[in-house]
Design a protein around this ligand. Sequence first.
Ligand SMILES: [Zn+2]
Length: 339
Amino acid sequence: MLRLSSILLLAAGLIMAAWFFSPRPSVSNHLEAQEIQAAQREEFAQDRNLPKAQNVSPAAFDGERAMKYLKEICEIGPRTSGSEGMKTQQALMKKHFEAQGGKVDFQKFKANQKSAKQPIEMANTIVSYWPERTRRVIFCAHYDTRPLADQEEDPRKWREPFLSANDGGSGVAFLMELAHHIKDLNINVGVDFVFFDGEEYILEPSTDKYFFGSEHFASVYKNGRPKHKYLGAVLLDMIAGKGARFPRDPNSVMMAGPLVDSVWKVASELKCNAFVHRDGTVVVDDDHVPLNRAGIPAIDIIDFSYKHWHKLSDTPANCAAEPMDEVAKVLTVWVQRVK
Ligand SMILES: [Zn+2]
């Protein structure tokens, strides 16, 4: 009995630990997810049944040049919210995206982190293509880096300069490269690249809150009177890890199932094997959740098996062009099919 109960205790302990350490499920119950999804179901219904023969080619995306951008961003150093590094990054992005024909806006706001003495200035960066179009889609990523590398076993290392190449850098580098091609695609809707600030401005891991930027963006959209309608959003998080794999994030499936289907269907047509046709084991709480709650169907393409997550070793050396090439193939075909 002793043995059995220790096994049971061990099992209970493991379950508790797994619950404690995994990102929190983001919806309080299935009912909420079902309501959100029912409201969105029609948006991609038209897209799902398009004939395969539709003549759409992927962009000539250059993953190696995206890697160059990734290194350039990491050379700035940490880009935590409110830091000089973030300001330098914003200036670099503004120059780059304007040179590539994007309209760049900073959506500024103040954020009050629980453990911080003062509120700080944050800004989402929004790069718009075809700004006059009222039916739009979003490609987004967070562009702040975490102040603490708190997956390092030795807490003395947590405050060392943390580059966060894949987690915070890869989405920026990917969209900087995509900017070279987006205008040449045969796209019927407007496109916004949205970079969220304050996704992980975590100074005190036990109390602090996430997702300042995406929550602000979502509330401005939901509570304002926007002239445009967002048909869908694709969030890119940790897309450049070597050997990256993208199973379907369970939260995305629950909250924006038709959009997940339409993207993973393109991946299977194009034989992009980084996209895995099963649900992931981690329910990811990320910037796509506030968007779904504001009525924008939003999914997360994320590699949660990345071994360097929140470690000092999250550097360009552990990233590669290939996963970004695959994501670009899938998304540039997908976006040309959206009506
Ligand atoms: Zn992170």
